[in-house]
Design a protein around this ligand. Structure first.
Ligand SMILES: NC(=O)c1ccc[n+]([C@@H]2O[C@H](COP(=O)([O-])OP(=O)(O)OC[C@H]3O[C@@H](n4cnc5c(N)ncnc54)[C@H](O)[C@@H]3O)[C@@H](O)[C@H]2O)c1
Length: 423
């Protein structure tokens, strides 16, 4: 069987785990790479025995042997490059966030609709951890009873010092939200996936801890440590910290907080789901373990064990118990699932997928915007009311209310939604 050949755009930090995962799939192969820094792309291509290295995304897209393109570029390029990939007829596996605004991500959804032969996925990889899928199965099987609360955090320290800098801090490259879009997006995707539910209302408090940061005059790769460099002072208006209270469609209440300035915390991603019978907690830094809490018997610390896991979860884990599975394994599961979908000739909109679709990732972009809006207006924001629903509600208000009361209700409706331009 001929392998499915792919190319990667953007050869920074995350590209390494894409290469590793693609190779572990078995029926896929990295055939070419590109980066705006050609020297970096060439060095990585040589180190990883990748045969072709292109000077631009356009050159890579012109290569007829490539069927899939992984978009590992900075956030501001996701829209433009994803769109180009779809229009070229190649499948696209994009890094998150899908785009830096819902206007952009909505357009990607439209372009994809016009090219239904293209398979498009987004690398929300945390959902693919074996024990995350096991908790999902246990929630579905009713093991925890009815889910009532969900809470957790994602904490890091890589931007703790004023001299820590990365392109994500620059709004024009990272987008209007930093911490929420970068790591909160993973948290929201994972709990939505586990609960099979959607966050529909949010109330947030965001904070910029360093309003001025010292940017190195030379470029620094994500998570790299540096010494002996010159700095320039840069104004910062994207959040280092965020806390979000939320409500889900089913009525579940939740809260999470994220930070990039919490000393000692590296990728401290954890969530707990509290049900009417028991609670379950998982922390990705000890990904092979989960905690189950009870009211009337001893709590349990449970080790991943493929022999004991739910039937539907076993596809996410092959390592025997005691051989730790972790971040790269979740990434491999995600990439495998995407390529298997292509291999099986499945079609988006018709066949369900366990990897995140563009629709799901577009919703996360909308959630991120609602969180920013809530922080700005100091109010709860309803997330997914479309323009047409708002127009309908406004016409009902116009018919049934008069004078000052009508204005107050209309203003409240407009403020509580992100589409503030509709009057
Ligand atoms: N899923 C995850 O767990 C995860 C983890 C880390 C990063 N990411 C995502 O991956 C993306 C990249 O992040 P990173 O940490 O690897 O950043 P990085 O800065 O280490 O790498 C980005 C690379 O893209 C290159 N690039 C810039 N413009 C380009 C262009 N026009 N064409 C080709 N290459 C170009 C840069 O030169 C750089 O090498 C981000 O969107 C980030 O959110 C996801």
């Amino acid at each position: 069987m001929a392998k499915i050949k792919c190319g990667i755009a953007g050869m920074g930090f995350i590209s390494n785990s894409h290469i590793d995962a693609i190779r572990r799939v078995g029926f896929s192969e990295v055939s070419a790479v590109t980066d705006i820094n050609y020297g970096l792309a060439k060095r990585k291509a040589d180190e990883c025995y990748i045969p072709k290295c292109y000077k631009s995304v356009d050159e890579l897209l012109a290569d007829p042997e490539i069927a899939v393109v992984h978009n590992c570029t900075p956030n501001n390029l996701h829209f433009e490059i994803n769109k180009k990939i779809i229009l070229s007829g190649k499948h696209v596996f994009s890094e998150k966030p899908l785009a830096i605004s819902s206007k952009e991500s909505a357009e990607l959804i439209n372009v994809l609709k016009q090219n239904p032969e293209v398979v498009a996925g987004v690398n929300f990889n945390y959902r693919m951890n074996p024990l995350v899928q096991e908790i999902k199965a246990k929630v579905n099987n009713g093991d925890i009873g009815k889910p009532i609360l969900v809470h957790g955090s994602y904490l890091q320290d890589w931007l703790l010092y004023q001299t820590d800098y990365n392109w994500r801090i620059d709004k024009s490259l990272g987008g209007a939200s930093r911490c929420i879009a970068d790591i909160g997006s993973h948290w929201m995707d994972t709990v939505q996936e586990v609960l099979g539910d959607k966050i529909v209302e949010v109330c947030s408090d965001l904070a910029v801890i360093y309003k001025i940061r010292k940017k190195p005059k030379t470029q620094v790769e994500t998570f790299a440590t540096t010494t002996d460099i010159e700095y320039e002072e840069i104004k910062v208006d994207t959040e280092d910290y965020g806390a979000v209270m939320f409500k889900m469609k089913s009525g579940i209440h939740g809260v999470f907080y994220v930070s990039e300035v919490s000393a000692g915390r590296k990728c401290f991603f954890n969530f707990e789901i509290d049900g009417t019978k028991s609670s379950m907690h998982w922390n990705q830094e000890i990904a092979d373990w989960m905690w189950i809490g009870y009211k009337d018997k001893y709590n349990q610390q449970v080790m991943r064990n493929p022999n004991l896991m739910a039937e539907e979860t076993r596809q996410y884990t092959s390592l025997a118990a005691g051989h730790p599975a972790g971040w790269n394994d979740a990434e491999r599961n995600n990439v495998y699932s995407f390529y298997k979908y292509i291999l099986d000739g499945k079609k988006l909109g018709k066949d369900p997928s366990d990897f995140a679709t563009f629709d799901e990732a577009h919703y996360i972009v909308k959630l991120t915007e609602a969180i920013l809006e809530s922080n700005k207006t100091k109010r709860w924001i309803i997330v997914n009311i479309g323009h047409s629903s708002i127009r309908k509600l406004i016409s009902i208000i116009n018919k049934n209310y008069k004078g000052e009361l009508k204005t107050i209700i209309k203003n409240e409706l407009i403020i509580r939604n992100t589409c503030a331009k509709i009057k």
